[in-house]
Design a protein around this ligand. Sequence first.
Ligand code: FAD
Length: 470
Amino acid sequence: MANALVWFRNDLRLSDQPALAAALAAGQVPVCIYIHEPEEEGDWAPGAASDAWRHHSLAALDADLRERGSRLRIFRGPSRAVLEALAAACDAEAVYWTRRYEPAVERRDATIKRALREQGLRAESFNGALMFEPWQRATKQGDPYRVFTPFWRSALANWHMPATIDAPRSLPDLDGDPDGIALEQLKLRPARGWDATFWDHWIPGEAGAHEALDVFVDGALRGYREGRDRPDQVGTSRLSPHLHFGEIAPWRVVSALEEVRTAANGAYVRELGWREFAHHLLHHFPHTPEGNFNPRFDDFAWAKRDGRTLEAWRTGRTGVPIVDAGLRELWHTGWMHNRVRMIVASYLCKHMRQHWREGARWFWDTLVDADLANNTLGWQWVAGTGADASPYFRVFNPVTQSSKFDPDGRYVARWVPELAGLPVSLRHAPWTDPGKLRRHAPDYPPHPIADLAAGREAALAAYRALKDGA
Ligand code: FAD
């Protein structure tokens, strides 16, 4: 049998794996490889939490391969040189992979594909991550979409999901070399064990992804429309890191939902649609991880960078309980509830008037689901600088948000335990009773680092100035 390299990247699964399926369909022995070369991802090399997740996900993939008679061979980059050397060493006639859409990676992959083909190898890439690849949807004029609703309408009108393909039961493998290096040599785990508490909340790998999907379909899905906004409850699927690392295909998720057909299916699939839209935007507007989608905001009067308040925000010491709870949840679990992501981002961009990139960078390093497309869209949406942004005058009031979406203050009490002894009404705004706050939580900041009323006014003034000047 001929050999083919199957280059695993953010598609760490064996079911619905088009690159693996291509090798098997061609009657080739799939030589399963992973190449570590973060520098090739440009300014957005994976952050520490992503690395920690990847470590476990690669271990899970290797175990799944070994169960089937194969294994994962790990190498260090540069990717092109490694692929060329490996193709020669194992006499491979083809290289297969699934596509990624980060601008630096897209550029690198295009170069690699050309080079491999010039050498006479069959180099093929496939869609393994999206329901609609970025170039598959366009406006009537042939332009990219800039607004979610028409994008999603067009997606729904052209709905063709790939069939699901179960993981192969057994796999042939190459005899002997090339062997690669041990996973531990990549040193992906944080040196000081910061991630130790993450794994009480997550099972990285394909089996963990399928388990999370089953738990969601049997539980929170039915109440998703209301539950998705409640950080004090388990109301969402928590599939985001699994989707980011490609441990499950989005169309596998949709197909599981179709089997139960609840009234909430549409609402859930629409959220997957935001993920699609984010990738559409990142592909067509590759400058947006760094620059405003809307160039009008290039003149926006951000406050001067303030290291002290940024540190208070990052460590959950702003004095605003729902903001602090979110940032502490992030630190301890590698994840934050979507509603709270919006609240902490709004507080940073609007009340503190720090640049959205400051927050985006922190999320990038600390989220296990850090995803260049989704993170960029999320931050630009909240900051009001994005394609389909929240209107500039929407300044989330964190106290109102906290009272509405964490009505019993349970989320706050869980992540900011020093406030758990306060009456519920005070957990949302403890500074309103300084005496009680001092008695219960003497170390908690006595008032918000950015005053809610003054911060809101200053933000609105800055936005209005921009509007008037336009
Ligand atoms: P569910 O509610 O169960 O949603 C299912 C899936 O849909 C998610 O797993 C995710 O893949 C997708 N999805 C849901 N909401 C969004 C959204 N608003 N935008 C894009 N996709 C969405 N998501 C990331 O995956 N990575 C990020 O780096 C990221 N950064 C964000 C930054 C900010 C400031 C904000 C406001 C949102 C960000 N999001 C990001 C989107 C969203 O918060 C997470 O996808 C969601 O909280 C993941 O939890 P879940 O899987 O339980 O979501």
